[in-house]
Design a protein around this ligand. Sequence first.
Ligand SMILES: N[C@@H](CCC(=O)N[C@@H](CS)C(=O)NCC(=O)O)C(=O)O
Length: 234
Amino acid sequence: MAKPISIYQLEGGPNQFFSPFCWAAKFAVAHKGFAIENIRWKFREADKIAFSNQGLVPVIVDGNKDGKWVNDSWAIAKYLEKTYPHRPSLFGEAAVLFVQKWFQTGGPLDVLDKILVLDEFNALTPDLQPWFRETREPMFGCTLEEYSVGEAGVPDFRKALEPMRQLLAEYPYLGGKDSPSYADDFVAGFFMMAYALSPVKLLEKDDVIHAWRERMMAAYGGIGKTAIGYPESL
Ligand SMILES: N[C@@H](CCC(=O)N[C@@H](CS)C(=O)NCC(=O)O)C(=O)O
């Protein structure tokens, strides 16, 4: 019987898992039908993942392959697909990598980050908050408060999702199949970040993306639905 795959996953408050990349990896592992062992990881716990020679999560450790580790969500997806080709495929015909680039580069993530930045700051324990401010403010070129747009960013976020909305009007999932592809897992990871951090309603109920998010949260035994988050945001 297959052993679980462990995931080092960013934790904010207790059981508050808000890293979109960790969610993408977690959905991908579940997608391949493996049980998941969550290993909680907080910002700055570099020593815990030092074995991976870098400082970011997710990192997976595969108990089925002598504890092989892989870091980076995209590298993890490629590893899972290559190592377990006979399990449900992560990659559909759609350009999965293009979906990731679109979402992250000049796309919906730009505004989503600005909606959530103060929620992320507030989710952290007081000892981590000064570090978060000191590392993020130089990146943004302004204070967290100046960068934040909060709920006022929702119309722009919805607008930025238009290509995804048009695709989902024709297909149930972003990979163009009747079941999720890794493009779905990846984008759903960002909706899980929002769910974990904020009560803001990102989507209207009649939006096809709303129904897609419901399907993704219910997928793989409901690992999204049972996560700790803000149900009022859905
Ligand atoms: N390209 C990486 C990005 C991973 C990443 O940025 N992880 C964040 C959590 S969302 C992290 O580990 N941050 C630690 C830090 O900033 O020190 C991936 O796709 O896995």
